[in-house]
Design a protein around this ligand. Structure first.
Ligand SMILES: *[C@@H]1O[C@H](CO)[C@@H](O)[C@H](O)[C@H]1NC(C)=O
Ligand SMILES: *[C@@H]1O[C@H](CO)[C@@H](O)[C@H](O)[C@H]1NC(C)=O
Ligand SMILES: *[C@@H]1O[C@H](CO)[C@@H](O)[C@H](O)[C@H]1NC(C)=O
Length: 193
């Protein structure tokens, strides 16, 4: 028998498909964030949804997550110093995201332990962060599965964010950053969430 929730979820899924929505990422998150040997659970959603789910299942999880130190970028690169291996595209036709929410999403991603996996591409994309209709998406452009550290996705989003800041758009940002050689990239844009 279909429950109301199943029906609502299917309706949302159909609606999402109709809009060509990008699927959300799946996370393997430790039940106990301060225990390196903690068992993990699999949660699908944006990082914001995943944190809310973990908090619902393991009360107190969110406070511990919030208190984690964000992992710095891999190479101590200055924020406004573009990573030379990324090809940037800022002037796309996509709607813009709010700068503040993208920054917040990057900070969240820097706290997530473990790896991000995406199936074979190209253009196999997953939404990793979305708040106030402002999303960070990562795409596998390789023809095989790809696994990265979450902070690498945060790094790519951060470089793209700073490269694509347009002074004329005081509160908005948008852009693509692609590691063409490594065959993956990120997208910052407006998405409904
Ligand atoms: C989480 O792990 C830490 C370190 O092993 C331990 O001190 C703490 O009690 C654990 N917390 C919970 C809620 O099990
Ligand atoms: C997590 O904690 C932050 C900071 O205290 C709070 O703003 C947010 O609403 C919390 N989220 C959840 C899902 O509890
Ligand atoms: C951005 O794209 C628009 C529309 O294609 C074009 O008119 C504009 O000149 C472009 N701006 C830059 C800085 O490339």
């Amino acid at each position: 028998m279909l429950s109301l929730i199943t029906l609502a979820t299917s309706a949302l899924a159909l609606f999402g498909l109709a809009r060509g929505a990008i699927p959300d990422a799946t996370w393997n998150l430790p039940i106990n964030l301060t225990d390196p040997n903690s068992p993990t659970v699999s949660v699908t959603g944006t990082i914001q949804m995943a944190v809310a789910q973990m908090e619902a299942d393991y009360p107190g999880w969110n406070a511990t997550f919030m208190a984690l130190e964000p992992r710095p970028s891999d190479d101590n690169r200055k924020d406004d110093e573009p990573e030379p291996n990324i090809v940037y595209k800022c002037n796309t036709s996509e709607a813009m995201a709010y700068k503040a929410d993208i920054k917040e999403g990057i900070k969240y991603l820097r706290k997530v332990p473990g790896t991000a996996k995406n199936g074979a591409g190209p253009d196999n994309c997953g939404r990793v962060s979305c708040s106030y209709n402002s999303a960070i998406i990562w795409c596998n452009q390789d023809d095989e599965e790809k696994e990265l550290q979450w902070y690498q996705i945060a790094d790519a989003a951060q470089y793209t964010y700073y490269y694509c800041l347009f002074d004329i758009h005081v509160i908005y940002v948008r852009g693509h950053g692609d590691y063409v050689d490594d065959k993956w990239g990120v997208i910052i844009r407006k998405e409904y969430c």
